[in-house]
Write a protein that binds this ligand. Structure first.
Ligand code: NAD
Length: 268
């Protein structure tokens, strides 16, 4: 399928390197005819990798720390000035937990870091949406997505305080989805993605076991970042016009399986 985002304008956050889910989303949106601005935190921009993506997608990168409201304001202003109008889609692909990074156990959390996890990984979604609405920066029937994980619903001990961050993220999609839907027909959803080999993903303890277990449990196997990108493009398109306030599992069936033959065999 080609061109389902022809004429659409967007903002894509969170592309750090070629493994990032956001990187694949940008490539797919570009292939589908969209024009968009890329954004990431100042520290990620210093890595420089994102400039390669910008060149490939014929666009530019705007620095924004997701926890800073004025950075969101600047980002939306920049996009509207560049393209001469409102944006049609936004991807929030941002997650970070200092407790995970620094190996703090869930029963021994540093609460300043916990607040930081929530701020960067979840509250930033509200900041993004509230800023957009105040600036009236998203077109009617626009589509906003954030990426989540099933640890919002089920316990995965090593996912640590990111579980709370994802629960909050998904709740914000529902709550803000109501308000933005009524006001401007803007749809807001989260996609709950399979474990994926990225910088953020592999930072979670015992990631390889996590990955293998999910792969064995899922009838279709783990969903790749490329498949996630294709799904995001559909969600941004007019083919998903009436979907809002949902958390959609993009996980090869993992979320509906109790146990699989492959996992049973592994225990034999
Ligand atoms: N990889 C997985 O297994 C997996 C599974 C489900 C959901 N997700 C979610 O997908 C999203 C993207 O992660 P990814 O797996 O592509 O990893 P990634 O490391 O490539 O992307 C995470 C991004 O968050 C950005 N970020 C961190 N702090 C920021 C800040 N203060 N301001 C702006 N940006 C900031 C990083 O620079 C990076 O680009 C995250 O929300 C993650 O939780 C990942």
């Amino acid at each position: 399928m080609k061109g389902i985002l022809e004429g659409k304008i967007g903002i894509i956050t969170g592309a750090l390197d070629e493994n990032s889910i956001a990187w694949k989303v940008a490539e797919q949106c570009h292939a589908q005819g969209a024009r968009f601005i890329l954004s990431n935190a100042p520290v990620a921009l210093r890595m420089g990798k994102i400039n390669e993506l910008a060149e490939q997608c014929n666009t530019e990168v705007v620095s924004a720390d997701a926890s800073v409201e004025s950075d969101w304001e600047n980002l939306f202003h920049h996009a509207m000035n560049k393209y001469g109008g409102k944006v049609d889609f936004v991807l929030h692909s941002i997650g970070m937990s200092p407790n995970v990074r620094k190996g703090r156990h869930y029963t021994d959390l540093n609460y300043d870091w916990f607040l930081k996890s929530l701020d960067i990984s979840a509250l930033s979604f509200h900041k993004m949406l509230q800023t957009a609405q105040k600036l009236d920066a998203i077109s009617e029937w626009g589509s906003v997505l954030a990426l989540s994980y099933i640890a919002a619903q089920r316990t995965f001990p090593d996912y640590n305080d990111m579980a709370e961050a994802k629960a909050l993220l998904e709740s914000i999609a529902r709550s803000y989805g109501y308000h933005y839907g009524v006001a401007k027909k803007v749809r807001i959803n989260t996609i709950s993605q399979s474990p994926t080999r990225t910088t953020a993903g592999t930072g979670v303890g015992k990631f390889d076991i996590f990955f293998d277990y999910a792969n064995r449990m899922s009838p279709l196997g783990n969903a790749s970042a490329d498949d996630c990108a294709k799904f995001c493009a559909v969600m941004f398109s007019d083919f998903a016009r009436m979907i809002t306030m949902q958390n959609i599992y993009h996980d090869g069936g993992f979320s509906s399986v109790g146990i699989s033959a492959s996992v049973v065999d592994n225990f034999k």
